[in-house]
Design a protein around this ligand. Structure first.
Ligand SMILES: [Zn+2]
Length: 225
């Protein structure tokens, strides 16, 4: 796999394979996932992908809708924020807490995915919202989550957003295929993002460009190798 800027920024799909349900991953990641899924199934968990590869254009559409106030903004505590009352810097932080800056999402690489226990979610009967409570004790994905904490690393998967450290909100459902993702994460620098953001039709461009060193420091997880 050649590490190009189009691969890093999610504008390339030629290195991906389909899983048959609309989800795309790199071949090595798919193989690792399928093997983990099989073993999870044997252990009684219906491990399924909720989200995998996400194209740059999709992330850009989410970003622009949030900046324009067409999608709700939330505080780290999950409270609704009034977009009108926020200045651009506050808006930037509010969006970044829950959504990656286009070009910096780990979902762009074909190595990362959001997972759930589908059978258990269906049996649960409440609307599934991909919130931490669903992965904690009493939630439909708790048992799967425990199994993954114990076994995911065997297949090469890690949890980059397992707890809130002042940047991205906790995402206990987010799995990253470390053998490839760790290498790619080192390429997401302020310089790389500067060139990309310049080229995009993105809302808040000036604010983003001024804030890139902070964004990388606080919101981009660079893995240990
Ligand atoms: Zn995710």
């Amino acid at each position: 796999m050649l590490i190009t800027s189009s691969l890093l920024s999610g504008s390339q799909e030629s290195h991906l394979v389909e899983l048959g349900n609309g989800h795309k991953l790199q071949p090595e990641v798919r193989d690792a996932f399928l093997s983990m899924q099989q073993d999870a199934f044997t252990a009684g968990h219906d491990l399924q992908i909720a989200s995998s590869f996400r194209h740059l254009e999709r992330q850009l559409a989410i970003w622009n809708a949030k900046w324009r106030g067409e999608r709700t903004l939330y505080s780290i505590d999950g409270e609704t924020l009034d977009a009108e009352s926020l200045n651009d810097q506050e808006k930037l932080i509010a969006i970044l807490t829950w959504s990656a800056l286009p070009g910096s999402s780990r979902h762009h690489w074909g190595t990362d995915m959001d997972i759930m226990d589908k059978k258990s979610v269906e049996a649960w009967g409440k609307p599934f919202e991909l919130v931490p409570e669903e992965y904690q004790q009493g939630g439909p994905c708790y048992e799967l989550s425990c199994w993954l904490q114990q076994h995911a690393s065997t297949y090469g998967f890690g949890f980059p957003y397992v707890e809130y450290k002042g940047g991205v909100a906790a995402e206990p459902w987010h799995l990253s295929y470390q053998p490839i993702a760790s290498k790619l994460s080192h390429h997401i620098t302020a310089e790389f993002l500067h060139e990309l953001i310049q080229s995009l039709d993105i809302e808040g461009k000036e604010t983003i460009l001024e804030s890139l060193p902070m964004i990388v420091k606080r919101f981009v997880v660079i893995d240990k190798e």
